[in-house]
Design a protein around this ligand. Sequence first.
Ligand code: GLN
Length: 518
Amino acid sequence: MTTTPENEVRASTDVTSMTVTELQAALQDGATSAEITQAYLDRIAADDDVLGSYLHVDPAAAVERAAAIDAAGSAGSGLAGIPVALKDVIVTAGVPTTSGSKILEGWKPPYDATVAARLGAAGTVLLGKTNMDEFAMGSSTENSAYRITRNPWDPERIPGGSSGGSSAAVAGGLAPWAIGTDTGGSIRQPAALTGLVGHKPTYGSVSRFGLIAFSSSLDQAGPMARTVLDAALLHEAIGGHDPLDSTSIDAPVPVLAEAARRGAGGDLTGLKVGIVRELGGEGHTDGYEPGVLARVAEAVALLESMGAEVREVSCPAFDLALPAYYLIAPSEASSNLSRFDGVRYGLRVGDDGSRDLDEVMALTRERGFGAEVKRRIILGTYALSSGYYDAYYGQAQKVRTLISRDFSAAYDEVDVVVSPTTPTVAFPLGSRVDDPVAMYAADLCTLPASLAGVPAISVPCGLSDGLPVGFQIMAPALADDRCYRVAAALESAQDDARGSRFLDQLPHRDAQAAGGAA
Ligand code: GLN
């Protein structure tokens, strides 16, 4: 490549700390996908023993794929040549996929999820499959059957969950961006706790085909990235109608990168913003850290300074989101997970000719499922059982309707509603793992948007005690572009106020040092 002052700077900058838009520019300037991919693989080799963000990496396959993209001459056009990491709940043809569970150990899916297929068709390079709570049940990634994942900001803390492998990889410099899935917060909460941007799309706007089902009426895949614009680009690549998913919305792929670019201009004149009282507002601060509330208040003030009109909105049914979610999600899970019977996929225990099918199934599930998964299957089976259905599942569905109505009423008054993404910053490893209710409380702010199916983004809004705080922006169904626009405005206003980009604070290099000291 010809040396200009600009690409000299690029060459001296570690590619693993670049944004994807910077990587695209580097590829257009003559960098190769093979060298970018290799740089990430080197970081994975150096740091992932400590971080634990991946479950499967095939360096030879990644380099071969990158070299093929380079040879085809397409690197730098769109997403071609850009590496990506996928949460291990997303099936990938011929590539081990476990959903964080022993019951799928060694399983190689015969097909690609639509999300994986679309990223493949766009020319991205698969770096690996990221760690997660087993079947996406958890908020800390400590429920993975394979390994714990550490938060690159502080390796003694959790990276969030269930997409904690994806968040740790992107924040730690082991992937430029990643796909997560969000059932009750599993994209937004880990993004918030690691200083990333994470977006849960409108339910039905990203295909669920090939996502190992947890709670089918809630599950959505979405982007986790270092900037709002990167997240928008990744979202555009995976979004849009898919005939293979019966709940897929037949609407065009939303225009999101453009919304992010517009938002970065910093003009929010006329935008009406509602602060949700029930999520950390007056009289609802129990369990919220003061540092989190302070950063969120500062973010709201910035939105106002850009011309937004801010008022408080009340959504009383949000107080019931947690109990409703923890009936609905386990109920659907108890049905979805019945397919893991020791016959069709993965693990089979005790099949030595001396036992009948029921015994083999019981032994397989006993060994193959972890404690949290068993807890949810039991809870969900109970909630759905005849005689209790109306009292539990039926009631929870009514609450779900009330939550949707609260959103509708709020959106009659305002364009977006906002809240903290999580009540606290990242908590220490081990501190909640034996207390399921404390663990569930991590999802307090993310559950309403999941239950209502509306889009929601988490964008960093500074630090509390040296750890990232997330700001959540929720919009009406199919108005994902509003989330990106407002998030980009906030991101750029904060960067301007700080005089530096937030993403440059991401602890790309610290994991190794911390690991050495630990
Ligand atoms: N933490 C929540 C749960 O355990 C949400 C998980 C998710 O969004 N996948 O169910």
